[in-house]
Write a protein that binds this ligand. Structure first.
Ligand code: NAP
Length: 497
């Protein structure tokens, strides 16, 4: 039975209270075009209120021992687990991804809760010998204060957990602005935080547009960190604004991820990997495979098998368990994909399959695009360089392993890459030479696990990582502490015998 929301209009969650906002807009189910709920369009005043609450709450929260802070995250994880099916269905309704993938995304949140709760008993610093006698030296993590997180629509719950859970366990208070397109996961997660007993003001959810709420967060002097996931254009401006304020900023942005298929690859396995990472979430993952770099010796075979398997991809409303490919998030996304099809054709790539929006009774009201395959694509073509964010793959033929690596690295992004080969030497050379933050061997470009660092090189980010223990670096400052128990003044570098 389909799940439903307990309200027709969402409210902000500020200082532990649900706060109504006068202006709002409708959240649309991308598979049906139906309105699901209204989401507030807050103004900068709501950000001010949230920051004031967070500032006050953070002072006390930072004094709660980290293992006790972690207890709340264990409780959050337990509630997420109990509600996994409900959340997954709501996620499919607001975002469109098929139910199986929605369940996977909620599971990521559950995993992150238990993993970060464990950090409450670690948050390791270092102890190290001091250079003087009767002196002790150590380093430890300190919370930064009030942190702002800005999340995209394509992973409405997982990305928020990658950011908020480490922030909270480390003793910060959070202002979270979810994407206006997908606010329901934020509403449900805020309710979970409330039920889990998180003190008022430690997490605050402010709904509204990036231009208004996101921008107000970036410019607010009392928000000390901005952790942003989204597009490059927006991220670049955020970084510039944060730079002017000397505000710490963590950016996770786009990708142009490739699967390399070598001449000795298990082709059937490679086809499975490509289908899953190119057409899962209709290609709307930052790690989606949008290029296949194939050795010319196996190009024809790969094309043939890919085309065969693409015929089995069922497209439609992801709440139907038989569906493999869901809708595109909105009309703007759909138009962008259509534009890239025309660009690809004009550039001289061969359209082997697809290339059009799906219409007709089965697709009424939704934004559906057929899985699409271009071949004989040149590495410099725009369809091989720019993020399309749809179910469109470009096959790029190459003549050698070295050329494959060069083509893989010849884009401005550096998020994820994969290689299919049975040659152990190539495996190790590839993991060394592929210039991306994530490398898969004999698997597609997607499938990150939460206890490893997630993020990319070059234009994908600015050197920070979400998830993994590395996420703690975004939300903590390192403090060096020296305790002199000699009873006299000892001067470092000077009073050394
Ligand atoms: P987006 O348009 O950049 O939006 C991301 C978030 O930023 C949304 O919450 C948006 O709010 C907000 N925003 C927009 N303008 C802003 C501004 N001027 N100041 C502050 N915040 C602002 O990206 P998207 O379309 O939602 O997401 C898709 C992109 O995210 C793709 O490029 C994808 O590759 C990337 N992504 C990267 C990763 C990664 O970890 N590397 C993971 C997932 C997605 P509103 O939309 O509500 O206005």
């Amino acid at each position: 039975m389909a799940v439903s929301l307990d309200t027709t209009k969402l409210s902000n969650f500020i200082d532990g209270k649900w706060v109504d906002v006068r202006k709002s807009t409708a959240v649309i189910n991308p598979a049906t075009g139906e309105e699901i709920v209204d989401v507030p369009l807050s103004d900068a005043g709501s950000v001010d209120d949230a920051v004031a609450a967070a500032k006050k709450a953070q002072k006390e929260w930072a004094l709660v021992p980290a293992p006790q802070r972690a207890e709340i995250l264990y409780q959050v994880g337990t509630l997420l687990k109990e509600r996994k099916e409900r959340l997954s269905q709501l996620l499919t309704m607001e975002n469109g991804k098929v139910l199986e993938e929605a369940r996977g995304e909620v599971q990521e949140g559950i995993d992150m809760a238990f993993y970060m709760a464990g950090e409450g008993r670690r948050l390791f610093g270092q102890t190290t010998p001091a250079e003087l006698n009767n002196k002790f030296a150590m380093s430890q993590r300190a919370p930064v204060g009030v942190v702002g997180i800005i999340t995209p629509w394509n992973f409405p719950i997982a990305i928020a957990t990658w950011k908020s859970f480490p922030a909270i366990v480390a003793g910060n208070a959070v202002i979270w602005k979810p994407a206006t397109e997908t606010p329901i996961m934020a509403y449900e997660l805020a309710k979970i935080f409330e039920e889990a007993g998180l003190p008022n003001g430690v997490i605050n959810v402010v709904f509204g547009s990036g231009q208004m709420v996101g921008n107000a967060m970036v410019h607010h002097d009392d928000i000390r960190v901005i952790s942003f996931t989204g597009s490059n254009d927006i991220g670049r401006n955020i970084a510039a604004d944060c730079g002017r304020k000397l505000k710490k900023v963590s950016l996770e942005m786009g990708g142009k991820n490739a699967v390399i298929v070598m001449d000795d690859a298990d082709i059937d396995l490679a086809v499975e990997g490509i289908l899953w990472s190119a057409f899962g979430t209709s290609g709307q993952r930052c790690t989606a495979c949008s290029r296949v770099i194939v050795h010319e010796a196996v190009k024809e075979k790969l094309e043939e098998k890919l085309l065969q398997q693409m015929q089995h991809l069922t497209i439609g409303n992801g709440l139907n368990e038989t569906i493999k490919v869901g809708p595109i998030i909105n009309k703007v996304g759909l138009e962008k994909i259509k534009d890239y099809i025309e660009i690809g054709k004009k550039e001289g790539a061969t359209l082997l399959e697809g290339g059009y929006e799906l219409s007709g009774t089965d697709y009424m009201g939704g934004n559906f695009f057929i899985p699409t395959l271009f071949t004989d694509v040149e590495p410099t073509m725009r369809i091989a360089q720019e993020e399309i964010f749809g179910p469109v793959v470009s096959l790029i033929p190459v003549q050698s392993f070295e050329e494959a690596i060069e083509v893989n690295n010849g884009v401005s992004y550096g998020l994820s890459s994969s290689i299919f080969t049975r040659d152990v030497n190539r495996v190790f050379q590839a993991q060394r030479d592929l210039d991306t933050g994530i490398v898969y061997v004999n698997a597609g470009t997607t499938g990150a696990e939460i206890h490893l660092p997630f993020g990319g090189t070059k234009g994908t980010g600015n050197g920070h990582r979400d998830s993994g223990v590395q996420a703690l670096d975004v939300f903590t400052e390192w403090k060096a502490i020296y305790v002199d128990y000699s009873g006299k003044l000892q001067r470092a570098q000077i009073d050394v015998e």
